[in-house]
Design a protein around this ligand. Structure first.
Ligand code: SF4
Ligand code: SF4
Length: 56
């Protein structure tokens, strides 16, 4: 199960900088996680100021 970023995302980029496997990239309107690359470490959830990433 990968992490997923909700619509609460404000596109600050903090999660992408903290992802150890480069699974996060900027999408249209919010950042997105590549489910096939994500290793479920939870770093993005810890880095996000608005709690947008959550385990799916
Ligand atoms: Fe990257 Fe970890 Fe977040 Fe998955 S849970 S997107 S590996 S920071
Ligand atoms: Fe969006 Fe949170 Fe990532 Fe910032 S840290 S880009 S608000 S998901």
């Amino acid at each position: 199960m990968a992490f997923v970023i909700s619509d609460e995302c404000i596109s600050c980029g903090a999660c992408a900088a903290d992802c150890p496997v480069g699974a996060i990239s900027e999408g249209s309107g919010k950042y997105e996680i590549d489910a096939d690359t994500c290793i479920d470490c939870g770093s993005c959830a810890g880095a996000c100021p608005v709690g947008a990433p959550a385990q799916a």
